[in-house]
Design a protein around this ligand. Structure first.
Ligand code: PLP
Length: 489
């Protein structure tokens, strides 16, 4: 067999490093211009058909120059961004990112370590970030944790540990057949859908989730919770986990944490807190007390791409009992042996604490961001978002055409336009039109939800670029668009 001569061997590295350097600098320049000028840009643009067609082509057989590929990106992809980098993006609950966080991602992918196993710097940065997360959440230093892609993964990771830790059943080995009856998770009807999905995936089925009603503040009703647990015990079911939400996705409501903690102790339940959105609001003195009992949970899930404004994607699960965490996931096949020295030495593999074996260096953007700004700056940014939500609510209260549709909690403000004498269906149509026009005219991007049967505009603010003046503009534009729709109806 003829071995290829070194001069004919190939690589994917550039043939001309200088032109790649120039292109890289151009990309950074373009990003800086983008962020600097974003306030004056439309928040969102409809994607033209020509662009959709360009993004629906067969696999390339031959390559193009990096410069040509970048031109395609600039023409077909960059202009049609989602908009969550813009100061008036308030849809769903999606963070803004920061310049240094983005550059950290570039550095992380340039280093390209698989941050699951081995003796290398990324493993220590990851450990440092998990330790900082424990400090932020006031979890004990012996607790364990793992960075994951986001809140959904953080929740399923915690619920898997909770399930595998149930009693002496050895569910990890024997599966759910080890349990003598149906295992049950309790949460409110306002709980994020990822809890239901997680229950389905970990084998409990949707019938294993008891959704408890909420009070008029959209918080879990603890009287109904007790009644349901007692009825389930009497019927021979196995309640094992209680999920409280620290900031519901719809309205930012905080479940009564203190009481939930007590109930979990009384009935011997694993207490999990979904703080994907709101756990970090504990840094705002106004919400610190309501969230204090979260610090005593068995597990806590929260997102760093929401209220730490770190670029997508990164969330965190903290588990109070390190052994239970490790026992739920650790597995060492022959090809993943750890040694005492060398590259295969070092810290306990992160794959022993979660499902993933391939993990990027997502810790770097969190590490750089926390070092750049420090806890105090984040506390004041989160407080600022909460004040902006309260300010928006005040503007709504002062406008006779508008009404609040939920109490304002943390940084979520739900409101709608109302017209006296109009039926619910007509109001739904009016507010839907307002929402879509706000987005299509590139003004602002709230999203919507339905609360107590009312179609509602929903402004969820985890945006580090928003100013009070953006709230003034939003209200002005909602009223302008609403009046326009009413006049043409
Ligand atoms: C309360 C809550 N839980 C879970 C999630 C899911 O988080 P992620 O989208 O990061 O998976 C969200 C997302 O908004 C949320 O608000």
């Amino acid at each position: 067999m003829d071995l290829p001569h070194s001069s004919s061997e190939q690589t994917l590295d550039p043939q001309d490093w200088e032109s790649m350097r120039k292109l890289g600098h151009q990309m950074v320049d373009d990003l800086i211009d983008y962020w600097q000028g974003i306030r004056d840009e439309k928040i969102w643009k409809p994607i033209p058909e020509e662009v959709k067609a360009f993004l629906d082509q067969p696999l390339p057989e031959k390559g193009q120059s990096p410069e040509e590929v970048y031109q395609d990106f600039k023409k077909y992809i960059f202009p049609y961004n989602k908009g969550n980098v813009h100061p008036r993006f308030f849809a769903w609950i999606q963070g803004t990112g920061t310049p240094l966080g983005s550059f950290a991602d570039l550095l992380a992918s340039g280093m390209n370590p698989n941050t699951a196993i081995g003796e290398h710097s990324a493993m220590y940065v990851d450990r440092q970030v998990v330790n900082w997360c424990k400090e932020l959440m006031n979890f004990p230093s012996e607790a364990s944790g793992i960075l994951v892609s986001g809140g959904s993964m953080a929740n399923i990771t915690a619920l898997t540990v909770a399930r595998n830790s149930f009693g002496e059943e050895k569910i990890r080995q024997r599966g759910l057949k080890a349990a003598s009856s149906q295992l049950l998770i309790y949460c409110s009807v306002e709980t994020h859908s990822c809890i239901l999905k997680a229950a389905e995936i970990i084998g409990l089925g949707s019938e294993g989730v008891r959704k408890i009603q909420v009070n008029e503040q959209f918080q879990l009703d603890t009287t109904a919770l007790r009644t349901q647990i007692q009825a389930d015990l009497q019927a021979g079911f196995l309640p094992f986990c209680l999920v409280g939400t620290a900031g519901t996705v719809n309205t930012g409501a905080i479940d009564p944490m203190e009481e939930l903690l007590e109930i979990s102790k009384e009935f011997g339940l694993w207490f999990h807190v979904d703080g994907a959105y709101g756990a970090l609001a504990k840094l705002d003195p106004i919400y610190a007390d309501a969230l204090r009992a979260m610090e005593e949970a068995d597990s806590l899930a929260f997102d760093l791409h929401k209220w730490l404004y770190v670029p997508y994607e990164v969330g965190c699960t903290l588990i109070r009992d390190q052994k239970k965490h490790r026992d739920a996931f650790a597995l060492t096949p022959n090809y993943l042996l750890q040694e005492k020295r060398g590259l295969s030495g070092g810290l306990d593999s992160i794959s022993n604490y979660g499902f993933e074996l391939s993990r990027g260096f997502k810790a770097l953007k969190v590490w750089m961001s926390l070092k750049e700004h420090g806890r105090e700056k984040y506390a004041s940014m989160i407080t600022q978002n909460n004040m902006q939500a309260a300010y928006l609510a005040e503007l709504v209260r002062k406008s006779p055409q508008l009404e609040l549709t939920a109490p304002v909690s943390m940084s979520i403000t739900c409101f709608r336009m109302v017209v006296s004498g109009w039926e619910e269906a007509a109001l739904r149509e009016l507010n839907r039109e307002i929402l879509v026009s706000l987005q299509e005219e590139g003004i602002a991007s709230p999203s919507s939800t339905i609360l107590d049967g009312k179609y509602t505009l929903r402004v969820a603010n985890v945006n580090q670029r928003t100013r009070m003046e953006d709230m003034d503009l939003l209200v002005r534009e909602v009223i302008r668009l609403g009046k326009q729709k009413i006049a043409s109806s």
